[in-house]
Design a protein around this ligand. Structure first.
Ligand code: SAH
Length: 283
């Protein structure tokens, strides 16, 4: 038990010297940190954080040293192996190490690789999941990743692999057939190729697409488009990564569920965008 988090009714774990906690910071809004993340931020001697972690979240760890280990596609950045070995070094120095990653550390975040290296070097670890941008980021745009009238499955896809190319291993035909809703991370660089692959796989050019940039932050922007128009619309909008791309009819739900616009006094564009009647009526 530590006194680092004065909340009732829980035996908060202690971040001990020589340990590394690999922790998700959520998509941006500090309110989406978990309590375990806050508990970790309060105790850490050093926080090693990624590009997608909002600077304001570091204010929750005022006593810790903050080390930037950003990796952004296309820009010079620390090598993954160097980051992992740096964590090993810090732990061996007896520091309480918090490795803070955007979203969830095990969702397209190389958290698995880092944890593996740590364990291979006999460093004790704890994993703290976070809210992934592909779920929480879409929720902030008013898009539910599943909806009973839309999809019984959802597929999370990465738009590029370690080399920065579209992953060769992805079978877009199978992905297209297998899931009504696709949530694409890191998809902006190869948007053209991805949209073309989905169209070639037989998905209609009229299919709804939403692109949510800087989700859950003050800079959040949402573009609603279609598979056929996405590339031109993104170019015209000037939107930049980080972005989550959602393909599928769940995007239509935003017409009723765009709660951020409702909070500003706007009215829903369409109370029944799927044309299914209200849930209470359709039971
Ligand atoms: N581990 C993270 C994903 C890391 S990969 C998670 O679980 O969310 C990096 C990609 O995540 C970005 O290229 C983008 O596609 C997405 N992403 C992360 N944060 C985001 C945000 N606030 N808004 C939009 N996309 C985001």
């Amino acid at each position: 038990m530590t006194d680092s988090l004065s909340l009732p009714g829980h035996d908060w774990p202690e971040l001990k010297p020589g340990w590394v906690w690999l922790c998700g910071a959520g998509p941006g809004d500090p309110g989406l940190l978990t309590l375990h993340a806050v508990n970790a931020l309060r105790q850490a001697d050093v926080v090693v954080y990624d590009a997608l972690v909002q600077e304001s979240i570091l204010e929750w760890a005022p006593k810790a040293e903050h080390i930037y280990a950003g990796k952004r596609g296309g820009k010079p950045s620390a090598k993954q192996r160097d980051i992992s070995l740096h964590l090993v070094e810090l732990a061996r120095e007896g520091k309480r190490v918090l490795r803070l990653k955007g979203g969830d550390p095990f969702v397209f975040g190389r958290g698995g690789e880092e944890a593996q290296t740590l364990i291979q070097h006999d460093i004790p670890v704890r994993i703290i999941p976070g809210i992934s941008a592909g779920i929480g980021g879409l929720a902030y745009a008013g898009i539910p990743v599943t909806h009973r009238d839309v999809n019984q499955s959802v597929t999370f896809v990465t738009g590029h692999d370690q080399s920065g190319n579209t992953p060769q291993s992805l079978d877009w035909n199978a992905i297209s057939r297998g899931s009504q809703v696709l949530v694409i991370y890191m998809g902006m660089k190869h948007l053209d190729q991805i949209m073309t692959s989905l169209l070639e796989a037989g998905r209609p050019s009229s299919e709804p697409v939403a692109i949510v940039t800087n989700a859950t932050t003050d800079a959040q922007q949402v573009l609603e488009t279609t598979l056929g128009s996405a590339v031109a619309d993104v170019a015209a909008s000037g939107l930049e990564p980080p972005a989550i791309i959602c393909v599928g009819r769940s995007v239509l739900m935003r017409q009723v569920l765009d709660w951020q616009s409702l909070a500003k006094g706007e009215v829903p564009r369409n109370l029944d965008p799927l044309g299914r009647g209200r849930p209470a009526e359709s039971a």
